[in-house]
Design a protein around this ligand. Sequence first.
Ligand code: SAM
Length: 399
Amino acid sequence: MGSILNQRPLIPDWFKLEEVQDFILQHQEEDLAKLRLSGKFPDSAPALPLTQILEFRKRLAQKFPEVKNLPSIYIPSQKSVEQASSMHTASYKVENFPADTLAEITGGLGLDLLARKGKLKKGYYFDIDPELVEAFEWNSKIFDLPAEAEQGDGNQKFLEKNIKVDLVYIDPSRRVGGKRVSGFEDMEPNVLPHIDYLLKASKSVLIKAAPMLDLAEGVRTLPQLKEIHVLSKSDECKEVLFYLKSEKTSEEIKLVHAHFIHDEWRQYACPYSDIIAEQTPLGELKDFLYLPWPSIRKSGAYRNFGKQFNLVKPESNTHVFFSDKLEKGFPGRVFKIKNTYKSLKEIKGKFKKAEILIRNHENDLGTLRKKAKIQAGNENTLLVMGRKSDLKILELERL
Ligand SMILES: C[S@@+](CC[C@H](N)C(=O)[O-])C[C@H]1O[C@@H](n2cnc3c(N)ncnc32)[C@H](O)[C@@H]1O
């Protein structure tokens, strides 16, 4: 058990009372400002900290809806919620990186471990922050997860334990001293000096990095890198994961793109070398238009779309692709081009409501809507691309 046991407990006793748990369940959906004014709090709990707990729960439930059914989950701070994985990205890791035994050396709220409920034989959790360790000890019991937690430097504690596991998961802090960092050496902890040891004690190591991180940095600095997974949802790249294996092989690094859409993860995989050489020719506007997932825009794997999907692109620095016949299996959005316009004037008043997509263009969405008098809506889809003299507005039909 953790070295924090001799210290003052951080989870208040009142939080564990049944009437407080009931109160949390009953009021978790309420407007918290109104609740505070109402004064309807149980006598056993102080109003302000309890409201704060409700606030953290609301925020966490947006990422991890299961929280709504678990009144006794303890969430120590807003920061821990901000840093936590979402349910979707956590379940991606559960499905794609299975493990009977797992050590999470920068545990945080521990959602990546808790998401393995029912699938894990033994989990080890470490974090430098004692409050998070105590919260995890409490929460892992509620989740009925077979896991041990210890406070301290994760690398050091894992080394001291001298255990063997299937997977070590590291999700280092990317906000250090109030600043956002993205390089491995700047994150806390810096895992690079420990990788060789971790690969001796574990069959595999999974490292989460910031979406801004240059994939080439991972390829250059991480030994035995086998796979890179880039995860996206809506129009945003969410996570970059580097998967290292202790077993030495000469296989090429695999690049997996995953996009969460229609309630599932879809994948597109290619060899890492596909992002290095440009293999898509330049070409004119044609009948069909293709917009790759954000995860592909991030990695650069679109460079082989000429070869892979028979597409062309209008200019070298773009993520828009065309074809004259419909190509199947494209990892992204596919449209038929219905009409082409050359100025905002031409479309003013023509579309009352539309989804507007923007590529290589100087105006932001708000300005475009104002200028063209188009409200948000799904009735039409328009793509605005290019700058002044080269402006093209494409009216699209979703396929
Ligand atoms: C991005 S968060 C992890 C979030 C976690 N995956 C989750 O879903 O809740 C990074 C964590 O690393 C912890 N940390 C920073 N330095 C550490 C170190 N040297 N050893 C262990 N943990 C550390 C921080 O306290 C923080 O909780």
